[in-house]
Write a protein that binds this ligand. Structure first.
Ligand SMILES: Cc1cc2nc3c(=O)[nH]c(=O)nc-3n(C[C@H](O)[C@H](O)[C@H](O)COP(=O)(O)OP(=O)(O)OC[C@H]3O[C@@H](n4cnc5c(N)ncnc54)[C@H](O)[C@@H]3O)c2cc1C
Ligand SMILES: Cc1cc2nc3c(=O)[nH]c(=O)nc-3n(C[C@H](O)[C@H](O)[C@H](O)COP(=O)(O)O)c2cc1C
Length: 783
């Protein structure tokens, strides 16, 4: 078999090694345009888990690599004169040049032929090769040559960065967030061998301009960075090596394989440097290819297996990189944060590390985070313990005069079980049990303001006395038997009305018994849905008045809070999104126009809703569709509602149009809550695939939301909050007297269970290489 490899970076060399080991008789050659000992960049970084993978696949190169590595466990965050160190991270760094020399040496030993200073212009010279690996890096010539086939998507990010080096020794992966007169600069730095460290500097394009970096050459810009970070460099120099400022390209290719050619490493997909995974991805691509070649019956089959089998893993890493890079691009959002909360945000930015996880490995750091959070709560007038504080989820919160005992919320969820809009015994038990279960706040399902405002025939409403009586019974029960507050969510289905019950076909039009539906514009939801009538001014008045009448009834029922539903493509949302609003009057066109009617309804409600009671608005912060609402629009929408008197923005997303492309995942809407809260400076509630109290604490402690709503988890577990309280020992949690013996038992058992689980986790955790190395080098007397 003949294999030609274009590019002698980590991907190309490691693939050559693994394939040659597998097929010693194969003719494998690597073509590299640089000299053998040329290198651009300084160090590379691997996690312990990545090294474990290398150990499994090629022991000799693993041994040589790990002999050369600098190890560290801590991440240090420098911000506004403070430094927070978090241990247990298990990383190591090595010089990129050393890595390449080790891989070259190992490849040669195995019989791979290495050609240096050969720039491949055209792959036709490999016409007789069975397999051609395109490992020519981020600016891949061959990916571009076959751009129509590989279909790469190149997203050039806004921040500027430059890769430099220094002789400054470092004993931790170090982030420095530096304020300057021009704006914020960030350094990502780590040591990769004795006396050498990598320094990646990053800043936003405006700060870059203001700092005058545009016109500077490499040496001058290094001098400017040395000025800014001089206090930390401690007399050490900054070194350059093609250290030009660039914008990071996030690359994703739709196809990786063409005939007998396959893209590997940066050529096919890149991952932002802030998660340090570029070289890891490149070498793991080589592993995936070698594994596929071992098992598949033909080269073609192997390439397909490699592409399909590896894509998910690569996309997961890229998603984590995306989330991380966005955090750094928007670091100014958090600049006013308490430094320990800021550091917690750095640690948990890509969602891989959570509250409980950090508490195990850095208990002192998390204790500080808890205290800082409690101090903020105390400064808002709550008499909470700041020496031994409760976790954030069990810290109280206030909106106007409404206080909630904890920050767990039951999200609004239609039960599709009302008759003629009247909530039944099912609703009493449903809401009653969730209140007894301990959530600080529960939302009603979308409660419709008129008969024709319903989504389905099973939707609850509040337009007549019978409904008012039924809701009052529920509210009274909640108030009499729990400490939970209850919020009424009012909505109008718009074009999604007259549809089937969820379990009969969500959003599908009723076969019979439907009613006429309205929307901002006459656009049906499904092609075969009813075409809605465009709401005229008289219709708007009627809708607004029915919202006001329902709110007045809500007050008579005793609800503690009122939410206006402006999300998910229903009537008010249909005005806000340009995808559903094509009007040419004062209610269409610009965002200000599209917001006019929803704001008018909100203001009318605010005028009748008691001043001491809070109001929220639920929005779709993105439509997940081209041309639709984006996170930036959501900030403008939140600001407009905040000016009109909203106390909380309930940040949901999507459900506007059928062809949306949501990116699901754990806590997938949290970044929008974060953006709205920290750019519009308004309190937010986040929701969406948040399933554990650990995740809720992570979100709250990082300042990404003020309240956390859980929908589906509460459908199967009304006692979610009580169980979480027991887990964290929040024994002030309310419990009705009838259930106290149960509470006593779960609190007793949970403390023990938690200790057992934590001990098991600590025991099961392998020692990091840094710990092993430290133990091995410790003098005997110190053992
Ligand atoms: C300037 C720079 C500095 C970097 N510094 C660091 C760092 O300090 N730490 C870190 O972790 N990551 C660093 N990276 C990123 C990291 O190197 C990549 O994520 C990783 O190397 C990807 O490996 P690869 O083999 O896919 O590509 P590369 O390492 O880019 O290797 C591709 C190779 O192909 C060669 N090549 C390209 N075209 C041809 C051709 N037509 N013919 C022959 N040869 C060709 C190139 O010369 C190169 O050696 C740096 C990247 C750049 C561009
Ligand atoms: C069965 C069901 C009914 C829902 N009904 C409503 C509703 O009436 N009003 C609303 O704003 N959101 C509604 N939602 C959305 C939820 O409030 C929540 O935003 C969504 O389920 C995501 O949160 P989760 O991942 O915790 O379930 C509903 C969701 C489900 C699953």
């Amino acid at each position: 078999m003949k294999v030609a490899i274009i590019g002698g970076g980590p991907a190309g060399l490691y693939a050559a090694i693994l394939l040659k080991k597998q097929r010693p008789s194969a003719d494998i050659a690597v073509y590299e345009r640089n000299r053998a000992d040329d290198t651009f960049g300084f160090g590379v970084v691997f996690s312990d888990a990545t090294l474990d993978n290398f150990e499994k696949h090629d022991l000799p190169s693993y041994r040589r690599i790990t002999q050369e590595f600098a190890y560290w466990d801590d991440i240090a965050v420098h911000f506004r004169g403070t430094v927070h160190r978090v241990g247990g991270n298990g990383f190591c760094g090595c010089s990129r040049q050393t890595l390449l020399l080790i891989l070259q040496e190992r490849a040669r030993e195995l019989g791979v032929v290495l050609h240096f200073e050969v720039d491949i212009e055209d792959e036709s010279r490999f016409a007789d090769a069975d397999l051609v690996l395109i490992a020519d890096g981020i600016n891949s010539r061959f990916r571009e040559k076959y751009v129509d086939h590989f279909q790469p998507e190149v997203d050039l990010r806004s921040n500027k960065f430059a890769w430099m080096g220094s002789t400054r020794p470092l004993d931790a992966f170090t982030f420095i967030f530096q304020e300057t007169d021009w704006g914020p600069f960030i350094a990502h730095a780590y040591q990769y061998e004795a006396g050498h460290s990598t320094w990646i500097f990053e800043t936003d394009p405006e700060t870059f301009e203001r700092a005058g970096l545009t016109g500077l050459n490499e040496t001058q810009s290094a001098a400017r960075m040395a000025d800014i970070f001089g206090w930390f460099l401690d007399g050490h120099k900054l070194l350059t090596n093609r250290s030009m400022w660039r914008n990071f390209p996030m690359i994703r290719s739709k196809r990786w394989v063409k005939d007998n050619m396959v893209l590997l490493g940066d050529a096919k997909a890149s991952a932002h440097f802030s998660i340090g995974s570029g070289t890891k991805l490149a070498m793991e691509d080589a592993i995936a290819l070698a594994e596929a070649m071992e098992r598949a019956p033909s080269i073609q089959a192997a390439l397909e297996v490699c592409e399909h089998g590896r894509r998910e893993e690569v996309e997961k890493t890229q998603h984590a990189a995306d989330v991380s890079l966005v955090w750094f691009e928007h670091v100014d959002r958090f600049w006013e944060f308490d430094p320990v909360q800021f550091a917690f945000g750095v640690m948990t930015r890509s969602k891989a590390i959570t509250y409980d996880n950090l508490k195990l490995r850095a208990p002192d750091f998390v204790a500080e985070v808890e205290k800082s959070f409690a101090r903020q709560v105390r400064s808002n007038g709550f008499d909470v313990n700041t020496d031994r504080p409760m976790v954030p989820l069990f810290q109280p919160f206030r909106l106007r005069e409404m206080e909630v005992a904890n920050r767990a919320v039951v999200s609004p969820m239609c039960m599709y079980s009302a008759k003629e809009g009247v909530p039944s015994d099912f609703h009493l038990v449903h809401y009653g049990s969730r209140a007894i279960g301990g959530a600080g706040l529960i939302f009603t399902e979308m409660t419709c303001v008129s008969r024709d405002a319903r989504i389905t025939p099973g939707c609850a409403g509040l337009w007549n006395d019978e409904q008012e009586t039924a809701w009052r019974r529920i509210v009274d029960f909640v108030h009499a038997n729990s400490a939970t507050k209850i919020c009424l969510q009012l909505g109008h289905a718009g074009r999604k009305g007259a549809t089937k019950l969820m379990w009969d076909g969500i959003d599908r039009p009723l076969d019979e018994g439907g009613w006429e539906v309205f929307s901002a514009s006459p656009l049906p939801y499904f092609p075969d849905s009813q075409v809605p009538r465009e709401l005229d001014r008289a219709g708007m008045n009627a809708v607004r008045d029915s919202f006001v009448a329902a709110a007045e009834r809500g007050e008579c029922c005793g609800f503690d809070m009122l939410e206006l539903h402006c999300a998910h493509g229903y009537l008010l949302a249909s005005f806000i999104s340009p995808l559903t609003n094509t009007r040419s009057d004062d209610y269409g066109g610009s965002l200000a126009n599209r917001l006019r009617f929803p704001l008018e309804v909100f203001e009318a409600l605010r005028a009748v809703w008691p001043k001491h009671k809070p109001m929220s608005v639920r929005i779709s912060a993105t439509d997940w569709a081209d041309g639709g609402i984006t996170g930036d629009d959501a900030v403008a929408i939140a600001r407009a509602f905040a000016e009109a008197g909203v106390d909380l923005v309930d940040v949901s997303t999507g459900q506007t149009v059928r062809d949306a492309q949501p990116v699901y995942g754990r806590m997938f809407q949290t970044s929008f809550s974060d953006q709205v809260r920290n750019e519009a400076r308004v309190a937010t509630m986040c929701v969406g695939n948040i399933t554990t109290a650990d995740q809720a604490n992570t979100i709250l402690a990082a300042g990404r939301a003020d309240l956390v709503a859980l929908g589906r988890p509460h459908l199967v577990d009304p006692f979610f909050t009580m169980k979480a309280a027991a887990w964290y020992g929040a024994d002030g949690a309310f419990c009705p007297p009838q259930y106290l013996p149960g509470k006593d038992q779960i609190f007793r058992n949970s403390v023990r269970e938690r200790q057992d689980i934590e001990e098991l986790r600590i025991k099961a955790k392998p020692r990091t290489r840094a710990e092993l190395k430290a133990a091995a080098t410790k003098p005997l007397a110190a053992e």
